[in-house]
Design a protein around this ligand. Sequence first.
Ligand code: FES
Length: 69
Amino acid sequence: MVLMIICVCRRINEQGVRTAVAAGARSPEAVQAFHGCAFNCGKCRCAMGETISQTLDETVPDEALLAAE
Ligand code: FES
């Protein structure tokens, strides 16, 4: 499995972003903080935001499943 690097400066890959989101991160800044760092150049901000959105879209809350039944 090949994981895309999201933040080159801080060496955070796609799985790293997903792990941070699972732990409650909801912004690129929160993902950086989860990994104990902060933005350097900031060029990853957009890609990181998209990965956060994708991860949240793929996560179906239990309440939504119950409501659908
Ligand atoms: S690529 Fe993420 S701070 Fe530079």
